[in-house]
Design a protein around this ligand. Structure first.
Ligand SMILES: *Cc1c(COP(=O)(O)O)cnc(C)c1O
Length: 406
């Protein structure tokens, strides 16, 4: 057992340990966090930072939200894991709440986002064969260029990011890529074998890319016309992040399959789900699909509390109001480095001009000033704080961001 560290420990010791014993698959900012409260996190050297990444939107409710921690704590004292071989008394209430909040008939609980995406792919393929009548083994799912849906071998197989695929093949066939934001290209790619369209309503890891207005509504309508399942990956954009409960709500789009994760776990525990109505979800029969941890009582208790906090604390409305104001303020910064500020709600990307280098040094400068943000896709600084953030904290952050971008 490692003894609790003393005040003499330095960041370097933790960085050394992480690099000696950990795989080298991430390049984090050189900050070692040991405590989080709401929107603030503290490092091992006693410095305090505003968390403007919020674990890629998995901490929409803020760090250690008391209501979510209490739900987890009291559940841990009763029952944590049963597997789906038996029922537990928390899964039903959680799934009922999730269906109420999302407006779908049924939910299939998993753990990580990638698993929920895989669940959606399996659901839609089987629906394609059994209901739509596509010849066995011929189903196609249309995906978008610059997508991010997770890291399994099937999912990276349809990534357009060379590094995500390099060295990991052979890949699962049956995916067709079209340019993101181009509804005509989508329409041209539809065939009799198309069973689904998998899309992020805003591309998060792709650099906070907002598609043209009307794109979601038009592709949704084309899916309905051609009997294709519209699958919205709202793992990052969902649960209030963009100023609506789901980003598809901005265009009054109701997907056929809704994929949620990240903030569904309230920053405490991985909880994800794929949601659909009967016709799609009923393709699953006992033994078709599953997960040892999916729907476990601890995750269900946490997930239910995570949803309650978003609804009861009006985090969706906060995200819309604060996000609109914050984005206007960012746009008004006169900076020689900024190419564009874009996003919705509190999911905002600031794209740095190539002539000013990458976004990384800007993130490092923000870190020195007490703001944690992370570059995405080299040129973009993503600002996505917990939705519980106070306007005064955002005002303070703006002052620091202005200095860094000047
Ligand atoms: C994070 C993310 C995923 C993958 O979630 P994991 O929990 O990391 O597996 C999938 N889709 C989108 C849009 C995401 O942002």
């Amino acid at each position: 057992m490692t003894p609790p560290h003393s005040a003499h420990d330095t960041t370097d010791r933790f960085l050394d340990e992480a690099s000696r014993f950990g795989a080298n698959n991430y390049k984090p900012l050189p900050v070692v966090l040991e405590r989080g409260d709401g929107v603030w996190v503290h490092d091992v050297e006693g410095r305090k930072y505003l968390d403007m990444l919020a674990a890629y939107s998995a901490v929409n409710q803020g760090h250690r939200h008391p209501r979510i921690i209490e739900a987890a704590r009291s559940q841990m004292e009763r029952l944590t894991l049963t597997s789906r071989a038996f029922h537990n008394d928390r899964m039903g209430p959680f799934l009922r709440r999730l269906c109420e909040v999302t407006g779908f008939e049924k939910a299939l609980p998993m753990n990580t986002g990638a698993e929920a995406v895989e669940t959606a792919i399996k659901m839609v393929r089987k629906w394609g064969y059994r209901v739509k009548g596509v010849p066995e083994g011929r189903a196609e799912i249309i995906v978008c260029s610059n997508n991010f849906h997770g890291r399994t071998t099937t999912i990276v197989g349809f990534s357009s990011e060379a590094q995500y695929r390099d060295g990991f093949g052979p890949f699962t066939p049956g995916f067709v890529e079209v340019p993101y934001g181009d509804a005509d290209a989508f329409e041209s790619a539809l065939t009799d074998r198309t069973v689904g369209f998998l899309v992020e309503p805003i591309q998060g890891e792709g650099g906070v890319i907002v598609p043209p207005e009307g794109y979601l509504a038009r592709t949704r309508a084309l899916c309905a016309e051609r009997d294709v399942a519209f699958m919205a990956d709202e793992i990052q954009t969902g649960l209030g992040r963009t100023g609506r409960m789901f980003c598809c709500d901005w265009e009054d789009v109701r997907p056929d399959v809704l994929i949620v994760g990240k903030a569904l776990g309230g920053g405490v525990y991985p909880v994800s789900a794929a949601l659909a109505d009967g016709e799609l979800m009923d393709v699953f029969h006992p033994g078709d699909h599953g997960s040892t941890f999916g729907g476990n009582p601890l995750g269900a208790a946490v997930g239910e509390a995570a949803l309650d906090v978003i609804v009861d604390e009006r985090l969706v409305e906060r995200s819309a109001e604060l996000g609109a104001w914050f984005m206007d303020e960012l746009r008004s910064i006169r900076s020689p480095h900024v190419k564009e500020v874009r996003g919705k709600g509190l999911m905002i990307g600031v794209e740095i001009l190539a002539s000013s280098g990458t976004a990384r040094p800007f993130c490092e400068a923000l870190q020195d000033r007490g703001i944690l943000a992370k570059e995405t896709h080299h040129q973009v600084i993503r600002f996505a704080p917990p939705l519980t953030i106070a306007r005064s904290d955002l005002e303070w952050a703006l002052g620091e961001i202005r200095e860094v971008l000047r």
